[in-house]
Design a protein around this ligand. Structure first.
Ligand SMILES: [Fe+2]
Ligand SMILES: [Fe+2]
Length: 183
């Protein structure tokens, strides 16, 4: 995440997002099975995008797919209802998003979108499910993409000064997500 800081010295919220966005993976340490911690996420309650090919076999085994209220393009949703009204499949993204919502958090919406949707590849990379998006989602999409660029492609080659980093990021986290968190 050093790359984010270097490229965005003035965007503290983006740096904090880089630092904390994968903390939800702790669920795996706590014993949750891998399938509900990592992997692409997608809306539940409507038909899965036809382009999510790798899961086709598993979707076929999902009883929701035989339910006429859940297996259509819109399913339980309405056109452009907004992703805030969409129930996403469970994973480390959704978990941290909900933890932050349940605590005091001063991160802007851009950060919360990056945290909640960075594994929603069918949306930010394949542009599926656009019919569920409202204007705010479309505005935020660029930040999810911007964030993902750093998440995927920046690793720092230099040996960092750990104590200095601890101080710097400790202060940042305290500023945006203060106090002790409920998990
Ligand atoms: Fe992640
Ligand atoms: Fe990540």
């Amino acid at each position: 995440m050093a790359g984010i800081r270097e490229a965005n010295p003035d965007k503290e919220w983006l740096q904090v997002t880089g630092l904390i966005h994968d903390i939800g993976k702790l669920m795996a340490v706590w014993g949750e099975p891998q399938w509900c911690v990592v992997g692409d996420t997608l809306p539940v309650g409507c038909a899965p995008s036809k382009r999510i090919v790798f899961d086709a076999q598993y979707f076929a085994e999902n009883p929701d797919m035989d339910d006429p209220t859940l297996n259509t393009r819109l399913g339980v949703y309405t056109e452009n209802c907004g992703l805030e009204n969409v129930l996403m499949s469970w994973g480390h993204d959704e978990y941290l998003y909900r933890v932050l919502n349940a605590n005091t958090c001063h991160l802007p919406d851009e950060a919360l979108y990056a945290i909640r949707f960075h594994s929603f590849y069918p949306w930010h990379t394949s542009e599926d499910y656009m019919f569920l998006c409202n204007n705010k989602d479309l505005e935020m999409l660029q930040w999810v993409r911007e964030f993902n660029k750093f998440d995927l492609y920046t690793k720092c080659p230099d040996t960092p000064d750990i104590e200095q980093l601890k101080r710097y990021y400790g202060n940042l986290v305290e500023k945006y997500v203060p106090g002790k968190l409920k998990w």
